[in-house]
Design a protein around this ligand. Structure first.
Ligand SMILES: Cc1ncc(COP(=O)(O)O)c(C=O)c1O
Length: 497
């Protein structure tokens, strides 16, 4: 952004009738000259002539325009810097500090003024570097084929739009998915045990509608998918977080909580977990089924990314280990095929299906048939495999670029085995809320760890998604983010001095 001209063309008295600013820069000879410059610049910054992080006129420029010696101007800038009104960047110049910075002494004071919304709000903020979307760059998705399938679908089913979809989902699609699960996920399922939903998010909502009453205990991972937290909270659930680490869960903790609280459900995302990217080993998947049966706790297995792996395929879903029917498997295809179609499904053994269907019929009366048919014809084609092979490579490259930048700065992260994001530990001296605010001001977006965590143990983490931004954007955006973090550090030390 370019600077405003030094002499503003608006009337200051319009802005603040009681404290007019002398725009003329005719400084009074008798007054301390650096103080006059300092007051003048401070007044203009406060009324918004320059925005947060905007570059201020150089010392040379301000000296020429004011007729003051350069050292005088420099001294004024130093004073403003010390009071936190502006900050400097090495070999680059002086910049306006964000509003609260001038009054701060502790990081904790920063916290109240920052972004306090939820995931949905964060997603809608403008971003030049978009690291908060755990969505795939549309350029990597097979969009252009869908025009072809659109024609094909209307040729095959000319009256498609003249009817409602079946509440449980299109039979042709359910049959195809049943074959697909039998082939790829090593579980056998009848099409009658599948319910097509509008995204996994609706699947979670339907499960919550079906099983959670206010005051029920719900086991969740800490951290976990933020929207699921919002759904369970809205249902009045009492959340019981259990940790997830590179080795998996603490099984003793899970058992102890199941024994003590008898939770209705355990909502879990064991395959390329969002936000950490971790994958629960096969052994624990089996143990979980045993615990679920013993303590009569349904396992709600949310799986949105099992096809997005980098080295090897993940273990079979928990649903595949469960012969007793205590697992409900929610499987989404939105992320890596067509988010706009919102196609996902719930796999559940027959006794559960009528209850799930009741909730689905109250939610929307059936996922749009056109979407289901479009998805079906793409999903049945050979193109799917070619697409997935290329997609895994493209995502891996993006992940490695992000990791290179983080490594250079010495930041720690979980090494994901699949998925779309990195779970990054921000160095201790940095406040995540402060970093987020500074980044959002420069349109760099990421998700603070606290949004994923009911246990409030992820405050020092952030989720950086590498799947939405291009390779160049990842490189440039990460450099800018890391440079902002260094500036905060410098600013912080100078404020404390
Ligand atoms: C773990 C998890 N579950 C569910 C969803 C929602 O998926 P869908 O787009 O199919 O509604 C997401 C999307 O980010 C997710 O990460």
């Amino acid at each position: 952004m370019s600077h405003s001209p030094l002499k503003p063309n608006i009337s200051l008295s319009d802005l603040h009738p009681y404290e007019p600013i002398d725009n003329s820069i005719n400084f009074h000879k008798e007054k301390n000259s650096f103080q006059q410059i300092s007051d003048y610049m401070e007044a203009r910054i406060r009324r918004g002539d320059w925005q947060a992080h905007e570059k201020l006129p150089s010392v040379r420029q301000l000296s020429q325009e004011s007729g003051m010696h350069r050292l005088t101007v420099l001294k004024a800038y130093q004073q403003l810097k010390e009071s936190g009104i502006l900050y400097s960047r090495h070999k680059s110049g002086y910049y306006v500090s964000p509003p609260a910075a001038g009054t701060l002494t502790h990081d904790s004071e920063l916290e109240p003024s920052l972004f306090q919304g939820n995931m949905g709000e964060l997603r809608h903020l403008p971003a030049r570097y978009q690291f908060s979307h755990a969505l795939i760059d549309p350029n990597l998705l097979p969009n252009h084929y869908f025009a072809e399938y659109m024609k094909k679908v209307f040729d095959l089913y000319p009256k498609l739009l003249g009817t409602y979809a079946h509440i449980q989902g299109d039979m042709e699609l359910r049959e195809m998915l049943a074959r697909y699960f039998g082939r790829t996920a090593s579980f056998h399922i009848d099409p009658e045990e599948l319910l097509i939903t509008s995204g996994a998010q609706q699947g979670i909502y339907i499960v919550a509608e079906t099983w959670i009453r206010p005051g029920d205990h719900v086991l969740i991972e800490s951290p976990t998918y933020a929207t699921a937290l919002d759904v369970f909270r809205q249902k009045g659930a009492r959340l019981l977080p259990v940790g997830i680490h590179s080795g998996g869960y603490d099984m003793q903790d899970i058992e102890q909580k199941m024994q003590q609280y008898r939770p209705r459900i355990f909502y879990l995302n064991p395959t390329f977990h969002n936000p950490t990217g971790l994958c629960i080993p096969a052994e624990q998947r089996k143990q979980l089924v045993d615990l679920a049966v013993e303590y009569q706790c349904l396992l709600i297995e949310d799986d949105t990314c099992s096809d997005i792996y980098f080295d090897r395929k993940p273990p079979a879903p928990i649903f595949a280990y469960d012969t007793e029917g205590y697992t409900i498997h929610i499987r989404s295809f939105s992320k890596y095929i067509s988010p706009g179609l919102r196609i996902a499904c719930i796999a559940a053994r027959k006794p559960w299906m009528s209850r799930l269907l009741t909730a689905k019929s109250l939610a929307d009366g059936g996922t749009p048939l056109l979407n289901q048919k479009l998805f079906l014809h793409y999903f049945m084609s050979d193109r799917l495999h070619r697409h997935l092979d290329k997609l895994r490579i493209a995502l891996r490259i993006r992940m490695e670029i992000m990791q290179e930048e983080l490594d250079r700065a010495g930041w720690q992260y979980e090494q994901p085995q699949g998925g779309l994001s990195l779970w990054v530990r921000v160095p201790e001296h940095l406040s995540v809320p402060h970093l987020l605010r500074e980044c959002l001001a420069r349109q760099i977006s990421f998700v603070p760890g606290s949004l994923f965590d009911a246990a409030e143990q992820s405050g020092q983490y952030i989720r950086l998604s590498f799947s939405f931004a291009s390779e160049t954007q990842i490189r440039d955006g990460m450099r800018e983010l890391l440079s902002i973090s260094r500036d905060i550090n410098v600013q912080r030390s100078s404020i404390k001095r």
